[in-house]
Unconditional design. Structure first.
Lengths: 441, 154, 739
């Protein structure tokens, strides 16, 4: 296995750097010193040069995002940096490891970003389920405060309380303001009217952590890593039916084959690869035929999917794709905020039709309705959550149509109770208040 | 320090005191045996000059606020895709067997609440089981008797 | 120099339209004569939320359908609605299909049926059938949100109009969305009632039959009702309303948006007190006290009796008004009593000073204000509830709102309002400076005293408000039409008031006067009493002659609101007894006073005297606001004696919004009436060892009341506050001890 440059996890040797002195000794906070000596616009220019794009899933250029934040003399309101540490996309667990292993690099990135957008206030919105990660950030921050490294910037770590939707940036802002996490309509965009209706940049943990090395090595140098349009490294989260699951920092453009077989050790127990979800559960599924797809933005779009949050879920031939659809749809149904109609109603309806197919009571007409309902969700919702369900389910039907047809034709699940997701109980099934018949997948 | 006094401290952390409602609810819940009773919600509302109804609208939106009593230990098994592929359902069923309760319920003696939970962000370390919000990683069905024994002993 | 706002040119379907830059897309389409259907969109509730997705349209250059309600138009925008875009039509049909997935389609038994936006839009934009083959969500229903409102959660389409009203307009935070996703539902806390003075607005906002009025449920169908436009006389705001009539009976009251007065909001007193028209103790036949007590007599007999009583008392008659009469009734009584009998003495309710005409502003001007100062003892919401909503809107738009009252942002002792005004007038720093330099500042007097707003007028004059059209001053009178009544009485004859002693005859006009303890005290002194009232209970014990009166919904007339706007009441239902103007005219003719027996005639006489030849048609459906008048310095204030410094607490009693003869006759409004509470400041409670909810005894000079303590963080120390109806005979100095 070749050695890959470690940028986000540099200097960790596979472990964690939780001691401030050790971090400083290894060159920590030199990027912050460098940044603070630069005019804020030069920091943004450095990010532009790096080609860094958002690691949360939307892949929006980080420098450009910051440049949308008005200068203080253009809009005399407090400016905010909000870091999205609400990582909850099934398949994605990289931000967690970043906070666990390089908390200071992350917090240094926060301060550099704050300088770039001329903000004195940083909020880190961390999902409530991340207890240990919260403690590490809290302690790291306290150490930095003691060492007088904050430079007058306040950093507040705000804990979520269990709502996937708060990973959507405007829902996150609502939640941070003390409201229900309902996405806002855009415009206005957060850059203009974000937290407390003030100019706000919202960035993902990995993006912010990458800001530190970008400043250290220079944007141009960083841009040499990876491939065109997808510069730099990416922390890929590898999970599912693979020998060595885990987070791997690799340059963009590495092939799915290298990732799963060379790095992940392949599919265990002699099973064969059936499908891969390449970028978290909201992305279209790929099949074994797509194994040579390069893991970068453009290549994945060409393959009909998306790099998303780079959470790669490997699925072997034991898994029933209708059950996969049910489980994914149950997730989105459970996490729908309930604000807009198509998502609130549609995600539940999609689950119901899939359950009908799974138990063998569906006809072709039901499958047609399923596709139509997905179409009627797609592009009609207030935020991407509903779309995620529709995109995922449409892709399962599209790529595994024969398996869906088989359920209908056989009048039962062709896996005969042997699917790897057989009987899995989702929270939405437990939380069903209204006494419907609950069909176990 | 009383919950009310701690909430007053929380308020100061934010430019707008409304932002303190989530941490305030967390405090009140921890102080009230792990769930938010109507009185616990009223206390938060009073401390933040909000209505209890507003606080309920928040508390009922997020999964980690409990509006009904929960067991002294809360066991939540992630059953999302990656954990599911790794055998989460078998882990869940093992807990059901060992604890003698079904998923989504609390033991009659109030010792345990068992549930499933959506993705905990530990897909590479499946199956993830959260016990009082602390994550056990790579849990397999055969680990469950030991975990339950440990919980009983604690 | 450009005049007016910049216009942008937009294409909607095949039509071109030019609208001011920043106009909403839905409004732009409307300007082009094209409807974009909506459910959640309601501009009065604040910024659009884009929740229901009914308004999906296609916009050139945008790949996805857009929620039209969330957008404002820009130059050259090309919009295709469902009329021309198959994609938009499919999107709207999709939305309706989703909405109907869980909707019970119980239209035949739903109150909303026939006037239901969901029904209408489904008919026009929806699918003909459903592809949903699973069981709909079913839940318990209806849930009583309050004694006034029933919630059917199955019908709810989660447009969040009601919760947005609660949170963003009334700002009461009581009606909420609970849970998440498909489990989201409208709720209150712990099944407590939605106890907001404005709760009924959510019924009107609901675009489906989810929130219905318990007083209206199952009573009428849209095709068998008529709506009569009239004006509320529940307070001095004069909200425009529609009375829904079925078979000669008022079935409900709806708001009727006057953009300058009420913006389409209505308080629950205005909305739900109408059942008092059918109260059990309603009197429809005159009553005369005889040897065996009160006995029914005919109207002819009653008028003979009244004539006899009046003739026998000439020279020593006093008339007590309610302040809710139409201006025409006050004028007619004035003509009868003053012109016919030289009885110039009247007890008039607290009125509004004419001086305020120099600072006239529509109430909607409040929303534009950058600073609002409220002075006076009473909470605005108890006196003029809609003004409270206007103030809240001003604050949401960024205005600084300063309240100088016992519970205000500037804690002020009761009775100190005039002093506050003088201080502000002479202030050269802080608030005084801000008021002086502002082009959009509003002053409000909310409470008794203050010369009916004269003190606030002096302050406005001192601050130079006459020359600033965006600045204004209001007095929130306690009655609905005190100024109209005073003016009507004043112009009826040209003579000075006399002070008869002893009183031979007291004429009591209306229910508020009949239930006023001061009037009752006067009756004790009078030899004979005539009472004009709707309710037996109010006068049965003490009147010698009771003449049944009509309710506001049974009257034609005018009423002058707190802005000085003359608005028209229309008779919604025929009264069960003769109209006041008819019998007063008859009676007046016996004293050689010629008076038209009907509203248009009386109004015509009045108009020449009072309203600068205003014609009835000028009032229109939405009455205009008269122009400002020159400032004339008011009578100076008499300096009240300073309150005695004592260890005792000062009792501040106030008249709650939900009180009075009409409210008392509607059991469903009972929960809105004040609790048996005494409010204490935290410090006063602490020194007495009293906690929130404790039973306490409030004592003064030999009288006492047992109430519950409510610790109010905002109440000024040294003062306790009790609603009038629970304060009984308590004196101004009280002490409070634990029971």
């Amino acid at each position: 296995m070749p050695e890959y440059p470690q940028i986000v996890f540099a200097g960790t040797d596979g472990g964690a750097v939780l001691d401030l002195d050790a971090y400083i000794e290894s060159g920590g906070f030199s990027a912050l010193r460098k940044a603070r000596a630069m005019p804020p616009d030069d920091v943004i220019a450095e990010l532009d040069a790096s080609g860094l794009r958002g690691r949360g899933g939307a892949f929006f250029p980080t420098g450009r995002k910051w440049s949308f934040v008005p200068k203080p003399d253009q809009l005399a309101k407090p400016h905010y940096l909000v870091v999205n540490a609400d990582e909850s996309e099934p398949g994605s667990f990289k931000d967690r490891e970043i906070m666990l292993r390089v908390p200071f690099r992350f917090l240094e990135g926060c301060l550099i970003a704050a300088h770039g957008i001329q903000s004195q206030h940083v909020f880190v919105y961390i999902r409530g389920e991340y207890e240990r990660e919260f403690e590490i950030l809290r302690d790291s921050l306290a150490a930095m405060h003691k060492a007088d490294l904050l430079g007058g910037v306040t950093v507040v770590i705000h804990r979520g309380a269990g709502a996937y939707i708060c990973g959507e940036e405007t829902a996150l802002l609502e939640s941070l303001e003390g409201k229900r996490g309902l996405p806002r309509t855009k415009p206005p965009f957060p850059a203009i009217a974000g937290l407390y209706a003030a100019p706000t940049a919202v960035n993902n943990v990995e993006s912010i952590t990458t800001v530190t090395p970008v400043l250290e090595m220079g944007g141009a140098e960083y841009a040499k890593l990876g491939v065109e349009n997808s510069t730099g490294t990416r922390v890929f989260s590898l999970s599912g039916d693979v020998v060595s699951p885990g987070n791997y920092e690799l340059p963009h453009g590495i092939s799915l084959r290298e990732l799963i077989y060379d790095i992940g050790g392949g599919v265990p127990n002699g099973r064969s690869l059936k499908a891969v979800i390449p970028g978290g559960s909201s992305t279209s599924v790929l099949t074994a035929d797509d194994i040579d797809t390069a893991m970068d933005f453009t290549s994945l779009v060409e393959a009909g999917s998306s790099i998303g949050s780079a959470g790669v879920i490997v699925i072997d031939d034991r898994c029933c794709m209708v059950q996969l659809g049910i489980r994914v749809s149950q997730f989105y149904e459970h996490e729908s905020c309930g604000k807009c109609t198509p998502c609130r109603v549609g995600t539940k309806w999609v689950t119901q039709i899939l359950q009908k197919i799974e138990v063998g009571r569906a006809s072709q007409a039901d499958l047609d309705v399923l596709l139509s309902v997905c179409d009627r969700i797609l592009g009609k919702c207030l935020c991407p959550l509903g779309d995620s369900d529709a995109i995922a389910v449409l892709s399962y039907v599209d790529r595994f149509r024969d398996e869906y047809r088989a359920h209908i034709d056989l009048g039962r699940c062709p896996f005969d109770g042997e699917s790897s997701l057989e009987g899995i109980v989702a929270p939405s099934a437990i939380h069903e208040h209204h006494g419907h018949e609950t069909v176990r997948a | 320090m009383t919950v009310t006094a701690e909430i007053q401290k929380l308020r100061k952390r934010y430019p707008d005191a409304l932002s303190a409602v989530m941490p305030a609810l967390q405090l009140a819940q921890a102080d009230n045996g792990g769930w938010l009773s109507p009185d616990a919600i009223r206390e938060v509302a009073d401390a933040l000059d909000l209505t209890p109804a507003y606080c309920l609208s928040i508390a009922s939106f997020y999964d980690q606020y409990y509006l009904e009593p929960v067991g002294r230990r809360r066991i939540e098994v992630c059953t999302n895709v990656s954990c599911g592929l790794a055998g989460a359902q078998q882990v869940l069923e093992a807990f059901e067997r060992e604890l003698g309760i079904s998923a989504g319920t609390t033991a009659e003696d109030g010792a345990y609440t068992l549930g499933t939970i959506e993705c905990l962000g530990g897909c590479g370390w499946a199956t993830v089981v959260a016990i009082d919000n602390r994550h056990r990683l790579r849990v397999q069905a055969h680990d469950v008797p030991g975990i339950v024994e440990e919980l009983r002993g604690a | 120099m450009s005049s007016g706002p910049e216009l942008v040119s937009v294409t909607v379907d095949d039509r071109q339209v030019a609208v001011p830059k920043g106009t909403g897309l839905v409004e732009t389409a409307l300007a082009a004569g094209i409807e974009i259907p909506v459910f959640c969109y309601e501009p009065r509730l604040g910024p659009p939320v884009g929740a229901c997705r009914m308004c999906l349209v296609e916009i050139e250059g945008m790949p996805k359908l857009q929620a039209g309600c969330t957008l404002t138009v820009t130059e050259g925008m090309v919009i295709s609605t469902s009329a021309t875009s198959a994609k938009a039509a499919e999107g709207q049909e999709a939305t309706l299909e989703f909405i109907l997935v869980n909707h019970p389609l119980d239209c035949p038994v739903c109150d909303k049926g026939g006037e239901c936006p969901l029904q209408d839009l489904t008919f026009r934009y929806g699918p003909g059938n459903t592809r949903m083959s699973f069981a709909k969500i079913t839940v318990d229903k209806p849930i009583p949100v309050s004694p006034l409102i029933a919630l059917d959660r199955e019908r709810c389409i989660l447009c969040y109009r009601c919760t947005r009203f609660s949170e963003d307009v009334a700002e009461d935070g009581l009606l909420i969305a609970r849970n998440r996703g498909a489990h989201t539902e409208i709720a209150t806390f712990a099944d407590e009632p939605y106890r907001s003075p404005f709760s009924g607005n959510v019924v009107e906002l609901c675009p489906v039959g989810a929130l219905t009025s318990t007083l209206y449920r199952f009573d009428a169908r849209p095709w068998e009702i008529q709506n009569v436009p009239t004006v509320c006389t529940g307070c001095a705001v004069g909200c425009n309303t529609s009375a829904t009539i079925r078979e000669g009976k008022v079935e409900r009251i709806l708001s009727r948006n006057h953009p300058e007065v009420d913006r389409g909001w209505l308080c629950d007193k205005g909305r739900y007190s109408y059942p008092h028209l059918c109260a059990e103790d309603r009197i429809t036949t005159p009553l005369r006290r005889g040897p065996k007590g009160l006995a029914e007599i005919t109207w002819d007999e009653a008028l003979d009796e009244a004539e006899t009583m009046l003739r026998g008392s000439a020279g020593s008659i006093v008339t007590a008004f309610s302040g809710s009469e139409t201006t025409e009734i006050a004028y007619a009584l004035g003509r009868l009593l003053r012109a016919g009998l030289d009885a110039h003495s009247a007890v008039l309710p607290e009125s509004t000073s004419d001086v305020l005409e120099a600072f006239r502003l529509p109430l909607s001007g409040l929303a534009e204000a950058e600073i609002v100062v409220v002075v006076g003892d009473d909470p605005v919401v108890e006196r003029a509830p809609i003004v409270d909503l206007w103030i809240k809107e001003a604050r949401r738009r960024g205005a600084e709102v300063v309240v100088c009252s016992p519970t205000g942002s500037v804690p002020t002792a009761p009775g100190a309002g005039a002093k506050t005004c003088r201080e502000l007038a002479s202030s050269r720093g802080g608030l005084g400076t801000k008021l002086r330099s502002s082009e959009r500042a509003v002053l409000i007097w909310s409470g008794p005293g203050g010369g009916g707003g004269a003190r606030i007028a002096e302050l406005a004059h001192e601050l130079g408000f006459e020359s600033k059209p965006g600045c204004g001053a209001f007095h929130l009178a306690a009655a609905a039409n005190p100024r109209g009544v005073a003016l009507g009485w004043a112009v009826a004859a040209d003579a000075d008031e006399t002070n008869p002693e002893p009183i031979e005859l007291l004429v009591v006009s209306g229910d508020e006067a009949a239930s006023n303890p001061d009037v009752r005290a006067l009756a004790e002194q009078a030899s004979r009493v005539i009472v004009l009232t709707m309710f037996h209970e109010l006068a049965g014990g003490w009147a010698d002659l009771i003449l049944p009166s009509t309710g506001a919904l049974e009257r034609d007339g005018t009423s002058m609101n707190l802005e000085g706007r003359v608005q028209r009441l229309r008779r919604a239902v025929p009264p069960p007894c003769p109209d006041e103007l008819a019998w007063i005219s008859k009676l007046a003719s016996r004293f050689a006073v010629d008076l038209p027996p009907h509203f248009p005639g009386v109004f015509a006489e009045l108009a020449t005297e009072l309203f600068r030849d205003l014609a009835l048609d000028d009032l229109g459906p939405h009455a205009p606001l008269p122009t400002r008048q020159a400032y004339v310095a008011p009578e100076p204030a008499t300096t009240p004696a300073p309150p005695e410094e004592a260890e005792a607490l000062r009792l501040h009693r106030y008249r709650p919004l939900f009180s009075g003869p009409a409210v008392e006759r509607v059991p469903e409004l009972g929960f809105q009436r004040p609790l048996r509470d005494v409010e204490l400041s935290p410090a006063d409670a602490a020194t007495r060892g009293i906690s929130n909810g404790d039973a306490v005894v409030v004592r003064s000079n030999g009288t006492s009341a047992t109430l519950h303590a409510r610790v109010n963080k905002r109440l000024i120390q040294g003062v306790v506050r009790i609603a009038d109806e629970h304060a009984g005979d308590l004196h101004p100095a009280v002490d409070v001890v634990k029971a």
